[in-house]
Design a protein around this ligand. Structure first.
Ligand SMILES: Cc1cc2nc3c(=O)[nH]c(=O)nc-3n(C[C@H](O)[C@H](O)[C@H](O)COP(=O)(O)OP(=O)(O)OC[C@H]3O[C@@H](n4cnc5c(N)ncnc54)[C@H](O)[C@@H]3O)c2cc1C
Length: 445
C-alpha cells in the first residue's frame, strides 16, 4: 500500500508537477532567486527572451494555474520573517515562506495566523493568490488578512502596495491568481497566539444539515465531512481559547490510529480497492464512519487546524452564498447519492466571512464552501459535473486553485470587480508575461 507519493514541485531534472499529479510541464528554464533584485533580474531576462513567467509556491493547486512552458520561478529561498509587531499584530513575511513554518516564526512574538485551511504545505503567496481559506463565519481567507505587500512587476519594477499606496494594485494583488506580478513580501494581520479546543464526532447527517447555519453562527470554526452513501457526518467544532490555557493534545497513539490508520491508511486502501471494485465502497465508507469515534483535545491553533493528507485526490470546491447553504447541501447530498456507488472520498463543508478583496471567492458575501473530492486514480469529470451544476444554480464561485469548468464570460458575472481587476492587469502586465492557459480561460485573452 503506497501512502507517500513523490514530492510536488520542480524535480532535479527541471520538470514541474502539482500535488494531485494531474498537471506536468517541462519549463524552458527554472530560476530560484534569493533576493528581490534577483526576482527583478529574472523577470527582465524573461522579457528579453519573450518568455512567459510563473512562480510556483507549494504546487498544491489542483488546477494548472501555476503551469508554464516558459520560465518557472521557485521562491523557496525567499522565505522567512521580515518583521513582526506584538502590539499591532502585523507581521511581514517573505513570499516563499511555507505556512507550516509560520507558527514557529511568530511564536517569539506571541502571535499566530487568525485562521488556516486543513493543510500547511502551501507557500504564503500561493495561498494568498488563490483565495485559500479555512472555516469560521467570523474569519476571512488569507487574502482578507493581507494588509500590504511588495510586488515585482513584469518589467522588473518593485512596488509596495497597501490600502493607501497603489490601492488598485493592492486590491488586485490580494487575490491576484499570479496574474499581476511576483509578490516578494506579504504583511498579514495576525492575532495573539491562541489554543483551539476541538470536538470531533460522528453525527446523523440529517441533524447536521438542518443545524448547519446555526452551528456555523454559534461556533468559532465548524466544518463537517460526509461520505456519499452514508447517513453519518463527521463534524469538527473548534473553540478558540487563550494561548496560556491548558493543552491536552491528542496522544501519539490516538493520532496514529485516527489520522494515520483510519484517516489515511484505511482510506487509502478503500480508495485503491474502490477504484477496482465499485461495489465495496459504500460498505467500507459505512465502516469507516462507524470506526471513527468522538474525540476531544486542546492544542495550539496550527496543530488543530491542520491534518495530514497523504492519499492523493482531485478536488473541486465552490463558495456559495451562506444563506443558501442548507438548500444547496441537500441537493448535493441527493446528487452524490444518486451518482452511484464508487465515491470513496468525502464531501467537505466549511464557511467564511465576507471580505472586500476583488477576486476573493467570498467577496461581498458570507460563504459556505462545499468541496467534492475523487481519488486520483478514478475519473472525476462526470461526478464533478453533476455537482458543479448545483453550484451554478446557487451563484457559486469556484476556488481558483481547485478544478472547475467556468470561463471568463461566466466568471465576470460572479465578480463585481472583475473588470477592475483586468484594468489593473492591463496596466501592470500589458505584454501578458504571466498569462498561461488557465488564466486565459478564467480571465479571457
Ligand atoms: C491536500 C490539499 C489540501 C488543501 N486544502 C485547502 C484548504 O483547506 N483551503 C483552501 O482554500 N485551499 C486548500 N488547498 C488549495 C491550496 O491552498 C491552493 O491551491 C494554494 O494556492 C496552494 O498554494 P501553493 O503555494 O501550493 O501555490 P501554487 O499552487 O504553487 O500556486 C498557486 C498560484 O499562486 C501563484 N503564486 C505563487 N507564488 C506567488 C508569488 N510569490 N507571487 C505571485 N503569485 C504567486 C502561482 O503562480 C499560481 O498562480 C489544498 C490543496 C491540497 C493539495
Amino acid at each position: 500500500m503506497k501512502l507517500f507519493d513523490d514530492a510536488p514541485g520542480i524535480s532535479p531534472r527541471g520538470t514541474w508537477r502539482n500535488w494531485a499529479g494531474n498537471y506536468r510541464r517541462q519549463p524552458a528554464a527554472v530560476v530560484r532567486p534569493e533576493t528581490v533584485s534577483g526576482v527583478s533580474e529574472a523577470l527582465q531576462d524573461a522579457a528579453r527572451m519573450h518568455r512567459g513567467f510563473k512562480v510556483v509556491g507549494g504546487s498544491h493547486s489542483f488546477t494548472d494555474i501555476a503551469a508554464t512552458d516558459g520560465v518557472v520561478a521557485s521562491l523557496d529561498a525567499l522565505s522567512g520573517l521580515v518583521s513582526a509587531d506584538r502590539e499591532t499584530g502585523l507581521a511581514t513575511f517573505r513570499a516563499g515562506t511555507r505556512l507550516r513554518d509560520i507558527a514557529g516564526l511568530l511564536q517569539p512574538y506571541g502571535l499566530a495566523l487568525p485562521n488556516m485551511g486543513d493543510i500547511d504545505h502551501q507557500s504564503l503567496a500561493g495561498a494568498v493568490s488563490t483565495s485559500t481559506h479555512g472555516t469560521g463565519l467570523e474569519y476571512t481567507g488569507f487574502g482578507g488578512a493581507v494588509r500590504a505587500f511588495t510586488i515585482v512587476l513584469a518589467d522588473g519594477e518593485v512596488r509596495h502596495c497597501s490600502a493607501d499606496e497603489n490601492p488598485g494594485l493592492f486590491q488586485a494583488g490580494r487575490v491576484g491568481l499570479g496574474a499581476v506580478g511576483v509578490i516578494v513580501e506579504v504583511t498579514l494581520q495576525c492575532v495573539p497566539r491562541f489554543l483551539l479546543s476541538a470536538v470531533e464526532q460522528p453525527e446523523p447527517l440529517e441533524d447536521v444539515l438542518s443545524g448547519f447555519t446555526e452551528r456555523c453562527e454559534q461556533s468559532d470554526h465548524f466544518e463537517f465531512y460526509w461520505f456519499p452513501g452514508t447517513r453519518v457526518a463527521l463534524t469538527k467544532t473548534n473553540t478558540r481559547l487563550p494561548g496560556d490555557g491548558q493543552r491536552s493534545p491528542v496522544t501519539t497513539a490516538r493520532r496514529l490510529v485516527d489520522d494515520e490508520l483510519l484517516g489515511n491508511g484505511l482510506f487509502s486502501l478503500t480508495c485503491q480497492v474502490g477504484a477496482r471494485f465499485n461495489g465495496v465502497v459504500p460498505g467500507v465508507n459505512a465502516l469507516a464512519t462507524r470506526l471513527v469515534s468522538k474525540r476531544t483535545y486542546t492544542d495550539e491553533s496550527h496543530a488543530v487546524f491542520v491534518s495530514p493528507r497523504r492519499v492523493r485526490f482531485r478536488e473541486m470546491e465552490y463558495a456559495l452564498p451562506f444563506e443558501e447553504a442548507e438548500e444547496a447541501l441537500r441537493k448535493v447530498v441527493d446528487a452524490a447519492n444518486a451518482f452511484g456507488e464508487s465515491v470513496s472520498f468525502p464531501i467537505e463543508v466549511r464557511s467564511a466571512a465576507a471580505d472586500d478583496v476583488w477576486m476573493s471567492t467570498a467577496n461581498g458575501r458570507r460563504s459556505v464552501y462545499i468541496a467534492v473530492h475523487r481519488y486520483h486514480r478514478e475519473p472525476h469529470a462526470e461526478y464533478f459535473e453533476a455537482i458543479e451544476r448545483i453550484f451554478w444554480e446557487h451563484g457559486g464561485r469556484p476556488h481558483w486553485g481547485k478544478l472547475h469548468t467556468l470561463d471568463a464570460a461566466r466568471l465576470r458575472g460572479l465578480y463585481p470587480h472583475f473588470d477592475d481587476f483586468l484594468a489593473v492587469r492591463e496596466e501592470v502586465d500589458p505584454q501578458r508575461r504571466f498569462l498561461n492557459p488557465y488564466l486565459r480561460r478564467v480571465l479571457g485573452a
